[in-house]
Design a protein around this ligand. Structure first.
Ligand code: TRP
Ligand code: SF4
Length: 585
């Protein structure tokens, strides 16, 4: 594993010029306002969402996987493909995201192109009154955020939850996530903030004393930034009995091979570390324990492997799986796809009431499709089915259902249906209606009805000293507990995107897109004021703004932010004992 704190390649000039196209993914999405996107792409160094570094405990190097789409039910993580995008800067790392390691993202494009994270821009118009981190492209990606946005628009229930490993002081990188939770709460969502103490203990080896020391600091900052504890919930993993129970249940659905494939666990991985994974799965699904609802998990992209597992488990916990099918026999995803192709091709030549028989489909596949395993298996199944007509249908698979629940489902399926030992086929129901019905029946009979959780991903911040923001390099980040004057000083000594002389700066303009100070404005200091962010940006690249004054202004803003934040923290500290919350030990 590479040195987590190593400063990353900054990219070649070629890389920059190649990025002048209009595809946003080729450009830096830190926008001063809601409009135009500005800047070149560059490998950015970053802070992990938890602000920590790789430790001895981080043996795992899990990659974001390219098949990222929604996988329901029987899917298992696919092979360990690494991205090899040939057009990248030489020496740029692969996208290798490791929840406990030195995840760096040299190129956010790969997260879309190869791993199925969607660009946030695509969903932005559906979000009522989006947060400035969304407008400025700091929140750059999502998985399945639409249901959350819809619930927000329609005043339906939804939830937001994120967790923090108390490995050190909360800093301005954590503030992004705090703000995201709080914003969703303000939009009407059920909000949750949790302290991942079990994970910090098992995956990072922190002692309980260290954990206790830090845990309260995260809670205080979350409260000081506006989290409403009366309306939302704060908890510690170790103290939430419902989460523990759910984790145990989830553990029954996930096996070692799967964790190995996702997180690179091996025979040396301790059991507690694995338990911290199912605990996180339980955290993620916890908001839906009482009632299924769209739930968003705001995190850094290093947490995406967790999201994919959680989305998978959400489906697998259900009593019933819902798939498409073409005949009475069972088929896996690849076989099903081939059956679909054969069906479409053959039915196109026939009238609606002229049925395609399985054996005819077998003939067609043998004639048209290049032989491989899938073809062979599919043909065998079709031959065995003989004259059975090939007909598209929606299938309910009995996964974990009680007999009673299965009976109730059979009863509830509308229209033409056919009942088998382990599944029911419905000919007049679409997938969506079927999924809803399966959820209802499961819930009525004591089962789980989780919706796949959604996620949004924020960009990692660049360190103030350039390179990666790292909690082990105090000068690279600003802790929310830093003395306001130290905060001021850190900003004043930050690296900039300025030119070597004032004259050159006036002539060519500064490089705001490569400037950690500009990032401070965009991520934090400009707050909701897009005009101000744009002004800083425009003045910088236009050569009207020089770094000295710009840093002075940023430093002052940082100082007063910290003063204000710490005042609010102190107020909350006084109130903390009264808080009806099980956050404390
Ligand atoms: N694993 C997360 C981290 O490393 C912390 C965490 C625990 C979490 N449970 C969570 C994050 C649930 C989001 C949702 O920071
Ligand atoms: Fe950065 Fe400000 Fe200098 Fe521009 S003027 S490069 S934003 S410090």
């Amino acid at each position: 594993m590479s040195d987590p704190d190593r400063t990353r390649d900054e990219g070649s000039p070629d890389d920059h010029s190649a990025a002048s196209g209009s595809d946003w993914r080729e450009r830096s999405p830190i926008r001063p306002d809601g409009g135009e996107r500005i800047g070149d792409s560059r490998p950015s160094s970053e802070l992990r969402s938890d602000g920590g570094e790789a430790s001895e405990a981080s043996r795992a190097t899990s990659d974001l996987r390219p098949d990222g789409g929604e996988r329901i039910g029987d899917s298992r993580p696919s092979s360990d493909l690494r991205s090899d995008g040939g057009t990248e800067v030489e020496g740029a790392d692969d996208v290798a995201l490791d929840p406990w390691g030195s995840s760096t993202v040299s190129d956010y494009r790969k997260l879309f192109d190869q791993f199925g994270i969607e660009a946030f821009d695509e969903v932005l118009p559906e979000v009522p009154d989006p947060h400035y981190l969304m407008r400025r492209g700091v929140i750059f990606g999502h998985r399945d955020y639409r249901p959350v946005a819809r619930a927000m628009r329609e005043g339906e229930p939804f939830a937001a939850l994120s967790g923090f490993m108390p490995t050190g002081d909360p800093h301005i990188g954590h503030k992004l996530v705090f703000d995201e939770i709080i914003w969703h709460q303000e939009q009407g969502g059920d909000a949750y903030g949790l302290i991942a103490d079990l994970e910090a203990h098992s995956a990072r080896g922190l002692t309980w004393a260290e954990i206790d020391e830090h845990a309260t600091n995260y809670v205080l900052s979350l409260l000081a930034l506006g989290f409403d504890p009366e309306d939302g919930e704060l908890y510690r993993q170790s103290e939430n009995r419902d989460v523990q129970d759910l984790a145990f249940e989830l553990g029954a659905e996930a096996n070692f091979s799967e964790l190995q494939a996702i997180y690179d666990f091996d025979g040396e991985t301790d059991v507690s570390h694995m338990q911290s994974v199912v605990t996180q799965m339980a955290d993620i699904l916890y908001p839906q324990l009482d009632e299924p609802k769209p739930t968003v998990i705001p995190v850094g992209p290093d947490q995406d492997p967790h999201m994919r597992l959680a989305r998978d488990l959400a489906a697998r916990m259900g009593y019933f799986g819902v798939t498409r099918a073409y005949a009475s026999f069972e088929a896996d995803d690849a076989e099903r796809e081939l059956l679909g192709v054969a069906y479409e091709a053959l039915q196109a030549d026939r009238s609606a009431d002229e049925r395609v028989r399985c054996e005819a489909a077998a003939d067609w596949i043998e004639a048209e499709i290049t032989p491989d395993d899938v073809r062979q298996r599919t043909v065998e199944k079709l031959r065995a089915a003989g004259k059975e007509p090939l007909r598209p249908r929606t299938r309910f698979l009995d996964r974990n259902a009680t007999d009673e629940a299965f009976e109730a489902l059979i009863e509830a399926v509308e229209g033409e249906k056919r009942v088998y030992d382990e599944h029911v086929d419905a000919f007049d129901m679409d997938r969506e209606a079927a999924t809803e019905l399966a959820r209802e029946v499961a819930l009525d009979h004591g089962g789980y009805g989780f919706r796949a959780p959604s996620s949004i991903y924020h960009r990692f911040m660049t360190g103030l000293t350039g390179g990666k923001m790292s909690s082990s390099i105090p000068a690279s980040h600003i802790s929310l507990l830093d003395d306001p004057e130290d905060g001021y000083d850190k900003v004043k000594s930050a690296t900039t995107g300025g030119r070597s002389t004032a004259e050159e700066q006036r002539e060519k303009g500064g490089k705001a897109d490569e400037c950690p100070v500009y990032e401070l404005y965009a991520y934090l200091l400009a707050g909701d004021d897009d005009e101000f962010a744009k002004e800083v940006y425009d003045e910088c690249v236009g050569g009207e703004r020089l770094c000295g004054g710009c840093k002075e202004q940023a430093a002052e803003l940082m100082e007063s932010f910290l003063e204000d934040h710490q005042e609010k923290r102190a107020e909350w500290e006084a109130k903390l004992d009264e808080l009806d919350s099980d956050r404390k030990r």
